[in-house]
Design a protein around this ligand. Structure first.
Ligand SMILES: C[C@H](O)[C@H](C)C(=O)SCCNC(=O)CCNC(=O)[C@H](O)C(C)(C)COP(=O)([O-])OP(=O)([O-])OC[C@H]1O[C@@H](n2cnc3c(N)ncnc32)[C@H](O)[C@@H]1OP(=O)([O-])[O-]
Length: 719
């Protein structure tokens, strides 16, 4: 709701009250309408200030209302009534003014912001566009290019940048409401016509068509199938070419195409899923709100290879002091240089001083004796990691949390090498660790809730999307990736090409298909893991048993390429060819195509036509099916955990919501039917065998995704 007071005798102050972000719910909108009416009809009131309680102006329209029929006073006429008021209305912006919140402020005649405030129109990140006049008023206020940038990216700007752009009139370091009241007093009685943004013509832009063409091309390229960014460009074009009223009509039309779209639902699901994973819970019943994290003032990183360097930077950027340990002197010197460079570049981008002094380098593991938390990032070898954990147990002070950055090894096995297994968790970062958002916090059966709480808290502090998952081979992300990659290999055997498979996945929205991604990360990485799994035996890549390993279908295609030294970009040859080792532009390789032909002939395989639909169904449904096994095993607490992992760490297109959300959109019965179809065709492929949880969910009427949690609990209780 919105509260109304009169201060300084003649200033009406309207305070939005809807914790935690004063979202413009129906009650708040009605409260504003009533309060504005009171202020305008009170002869004692000369000017008005609008602000938000608890140091935040307004987080925009209430996203929770989008799922149901919108009721209450509409936003557009509410804002119009403020703009056309005959008394100056000043917005006092603290914390955030986002989406409808900024649109409300743009309807006011003046805007005062606190220096720490953030402003923006992030609707595009929810699959929408600024639909309360923002797409028409912002270009009129700050010009077309700047408005296009803010609206198509959805980025938040600082108060300083907002002042420079002309969005706000004043920035203060003091109490913003007081500053706004003082300002409101100073502008009482002034003409307001020049302050009604909607009445302004849009600043002329030379060569408008060329600008919009260029922006639309860029947006289409980066959108990868998302429709909202394109609609945002079209809405701003309306502002630049049409009178305000017609522009508003165009804004309304475009919003109508987006509001009920599957993409908007997927992106709003992601918004809430990213907040839901912070409310973690373990099968033991331990939860985020009943488990206290330990304070971490000092941390350490053991092993300064690529991952160790990125982790050190991510920790140092939080302001923590970090001990970075590397036993090899040459490696240590190289790491120091690399880390300093990353810290300086990061600080420059964020406009802050680099935290170089926060990192202490050492060759001696003794140096970590008094830290609160250690992250081990040495080479992915269980024997080496075990030795490091034994050394740490001997060196570290009591209570120090021992975390491993392993991407696939058994966290509980490492824990068993220490006297306090409850202090051991996995912190699985993704390369580059100081850039990639995702962090899998892996708990073993003996990890304490406090250890999980501390790792999750540290992840949040590093700005990571931290997801708590159980310990198993490959945890969640890599475990689901395995059947996805295997299906891609099988499709090559049956007639597909890397180009066809990658094109299907990239049109779906992935930044890179399986084979381009494999060339980037290096084919030898997967080869080493398959060797570790005992799947690769010398000389078994040909002959009758080449395509059956451990009792199931196996494709040695990747192994054969590695035996040829084709590791991908780093060798200039992989599934594609590259101009030279290290270059990134993939080109079709005739050698690879004739190799596939020869391989099929050798194994009596006849190539057949494979379409994009089959590629998507086999690769994505195999991945999703593993997701259901993971939910059934309790390794992930809910579908949101899996979806946040895939969207923030594996390139799953955000406008598709994530693998489990996508399965829900496609329909669980359809996913089950297609898996059964392919399983019949390929009985030697166990990962196509539908998960029993999927079967049971379909049998129980395919409940909507937000009901899966309770449905799974109920199904488990019936077992
Ligand atoms: C017509 C108009 O054109 C259109 C159509 C629109 O206006 S569309 C809407 C456009 N607005 C946005 O895109 C802004 C979205 N919000 C944010 O970016 C951030 O929230 C924040 C404002 C920067 C604060 O960050 P935070 O880190 O301090 O807290 P939090 O954990 O994120 O959020 C705290 C709690 O508030 C909830 N919440 C936040 N914003 C909300 C919103 N707009 N509606 C409903 N709930 C919201 C959130 O789910 C969480 O709930 P819970 O998990 O505790 O139950």
């Amino acid at each position: 709701m919105a509260e109304y007071n009169r201060v300084s005798e003649c200033v009406g102050v309207i305070t939005l009250r809807n914790p935690p972000v004063n979202a413009l719910s129906a009650a708040v909108r009605q409260g504003i309408v009533d309060a504005v009416q009171r202020a305008l009809s009170d002869p004692n009131v000369k000017s008005v200030v609008i602000c938000g309680q608890n140091g935040i102006f307004c987080g925009g329209a209430d996203i929770k209302e989008f799922g149901s029929n919108m009721t209450g006073h509409p936003l557009i006429p509410m804002i119009h009534a403020i703009e056309s008021a005959n008394k100056p209305v000043v917005a006092a912006i603290e914390g955030s003014a986002l989406g409808g919140g900024l649109e409300l402020a743009l309807g006011c005649h003046y805007r005062i912001a606190h220096s720490k405030a953030r402003l923006g129109l992030p609707e595009v990140s929810l699959g929408l566009l600024p639909a309360a006049g923002g797409s028409q008023r912002l270009p009129r206020l700050i010009g077309v290019p700047a408005a296009l940038n803010l609206i198509t990216t959805g980025r938040h700007v600082t108060a300083a940048e907002a002042l420079q752009l002309g969005i706000v009139d004043q920035v203060t370091d003091h109490n913003t409401v007081d500053a706004a009241v003082k300002f409101a007093l100073s502008v009482a009685g002034r003409s307001l016509d020049p302050r009604r943004i909607s009445t302004h013509p849009c600043p002329q832009q030379p060569d408008l068509d060329a600008l919009f063409e260029e922006v639309m091309q860029k947006v289409r390229q980066s959108a990868r199938g998302a429709i909202a960014p394109i609609a945002c460009v079209q809405a701003v074009r309306a502002a630049a070419t049409l009178p305000y009223a017609q522009g508003m009509e165009r804004e309304r039309e475009l919003m109508a195409t987006l509001f009920t779209s599957g993409q908007a639902r997927a992106l709003q699901y992601c918004f809430f899923a990213e907040r839901a994973v912070g409310r973690w819970r373990m099968p033991s019943g331990a939860r985020w709100d009943t488990s206290k994290s330990r304070p971490v003032h000092k941390a350490a990183v053991i092993g300064l290879g690529t991952m160790g360097r990125g982790i050190t930077v991510a920790l140092a950027q939080t302001g923590l002091s970090v001990i970075a340990v590397e036993t090899q002197e040459k490696q240590l010197m190289e790491a120091k240089q690399a880390i300093s460079g990353m810290l300086e570049r990061g600080a420059k981008r964020r406009g802050v001083a680099p935290a170089l002094d926060g990192v202490i380098y050492s060759q001696n593991i003794q140096a970590v004796a008094d830290v609160d938390l250690v992250i081990e990032a040495v080479f992915e070898d269980i024997a080496l990691k075990t030795k490091v954990f034994q050394q740490l147990s001997a060196v570290c002070k009591p209570g120090t949390l021992l975390c491993t950055n392993t991407s696939a090894l058994d966290v509980d096995q490492l824990a068993s090498e220490t006297p306090n297994p409850e202090l051991v968790v996995g912190m699985h970062f993704f390369a580059p660790a100081h850039v990639m958002k995702l962090l899998e916090v892996v708990y073993g059966p003996r990890s304490s809730p406090q250890a999980v709480a501390t790792a999750m808290q540290l992840g949040k502090k590093m700005g990571k999307a931290s997801v708590a998952v159980g310990n198993c081979r490959g945890f969640v992300g890599n475990r689901m990736l395995k059947p996805y990659i295997e299906e891609a290999f099988f499709l090559l055997e049956e007639g597909a090409t890397p180009e066809l498979v990658d094109q299907a996945l990239e049109e779906f929205g992935f930044p890179m298909g399986v084979f381009r991604m494999s060339d980037l990360s290096g084919l030898d990485v997967g080869w080493r893991v398959r060797k570790g799994d005992g799947l690769v035996e010398p000389g078994t890549a040909s002959g009758r048993f080449a395509r059956i390993r451990q009792g199931r279908r196996y494709s040695p295609l990747g192994d054969l390429l590695c035996e040829e030294g084709r590791f991908g970009q780093k060798t200039g040859r992989g599934w594609y060819q590259y101009d030279k080792p290290g270059s990134r532009v993939a080109r079709s390789d005739p050698w690879l195509h004739s190799f596939l032909g020869a391989y099929r002939a050798q194994h009596g395989l006849v190539a057949r036509r494979i379409d994009h639909q089959e590629v998507l169904e086999r690769c994505l449904y195999a991945l999703i099916n593993e997701g259901f096994h993971i939910l059934d095993d309790g390794i992930a607490a809910g579908p949101e955990d899996i979806d946040v992992i895939y969207v923030s760490g594996y390139g799953w297109p955000r406008h598709r919501g994530g693998p489990m959300f996508y399965a829900n959109m496609v329909g669980l019965a359809k996913v089950l039917e297609r898996l059964e179809h392919y399983q019949q065709l390929h009985p030697e492929v166990p990962h196509l065998q539908p998960s029993s949880l999927l079967r049971r969910l379909v049998a129980s009427g395919s409940p909507p995704i937000h009901k899966w949690g309770e449905a799974i609990k109920k199904l488990h209780s019936q077992l």
